[in-house]
Write a protein that binds this ligand. Structure first.
Ligand SMILES: [Ca+2]
Ligand SMILES: [Ca+2]
Length: 270
């Protein structure tokens, strides 16, 4: 270093010394502002404001009042929405199929062998809403699934046990129930319980409710509640499920699944 640079260096050193003093005083004093609110904390202050602090039936009522405000998609609009909400994080040309776990081309939506279609996790026949705008097109329980696996699930209630499902590793089924693979057990539970709170019979559709049975047929009921609660505990919301909830809220329906944001509310209500 040449001598002529030294005078210019002195002010820099002085600034460094001043910064060190400031840093020391800042470390000694408590932080003036709280850390930035996390996503869920921010939602609790705004979206869930009327539900915070409530439990049991009062919580269910408050959540219903919040989540019933939504945009309703057409059934054809569901195709395009699922290509966004269920996009494979590793391949933007594909969607991830709920039960089989396979990644399949978005362009293969349809009704033929090898295609994926729109699985109603709360089976359409349980309450007989079909594909009507409302529960029949509600993205919070609609997922891409292989046409044939979707057919095997049919309108069965959810329960543990059965024989392996062809084309869907880790899934089991018997004559009256279906058990999804472990990675989506909680997703299924939270979708069913969203539907129970969203649909309370005060519009043109049935009051959907969980119960602890199988063979619910066309009743607006879905089982088994004790198993769904267990699945909610065993498989907490992951990045994919949370991202999906956020996209449905921000881009499509403008309502949320409260049980993805607050899985502990399942136990509070049921
Ligand atoms: Ca999961
Ligand atoms: Ca209900």
């Amino acid at each position: 270093m040449s001598r002529r640079h030294l005078p210019a260096l002195r002010p820099v050193l002085a600034l460094c010394a001043a910064a060190a003093v400031l840093a020391g005083s800042a470390a000694a004093a408590p932080a003036a502002t709280p850390p930035a609110a996390s996503g869920t904390a921010a939602l609790d202050d705004t979206y869930y404001q009327g539900a915070i602090g409530k439990t049991g039936p009062a919580l269910q009522t408050a959540l219903h009042g919040i989540i019933r405000n939504q945009t309703k998609l057409s059934y054809s609009g569901v195709w395009e929405a699922l290509k966004v909400t269920d996009q494979d994080p590793a391949n933007s040309a594909n969607v991830v199929l709920l039960y089989s776990g396979l990644s399949r081309a978005k362009s293969k939506n349809g009704g033929n062998v090898g295609d994926w279609n729109r699985e109603h996790v709360w089976a359409q026949s349980h309450g007989d809403f079909g594909t009507s705008q409302g529960p029949g097109t509600d993205l919070h329980h609609l997922r891409p699934e292989d046409v044939q696996v979707n057919g095997i699930r049919g309108n069965k209630d959810f329960d543990n046990g059965g024989s392996p499902v062809s084309g869907a590793p880790g899934n089991l089924t018997d004559s009256d129930s279906y058990e999804p693979r472990d990675a989506v057990k909680g997703d299924v539970a939270r979708m069913i319980l969203y539907m129970a709170v969203r649909y309370e019979g005060n519009d043109s559709f049935a009051d959907l409710e969980p119960n602890d049975r199988v063979n619910n047929g066309s009743s607006p009921l879905m089982g088994r509640l004790s198993v769904l609660k267990q699945w909610n505990d065993e498989d907490p919301p992951d990045t994919f499920e949370k991202r999906r909830n956020e996209l449905i809220y921000s881009q499509f329906q403008h309502n949320r699944n409260p049980f993805i944001d607050h899985p502990e509310w399942v136990e509070s209500i049921w």
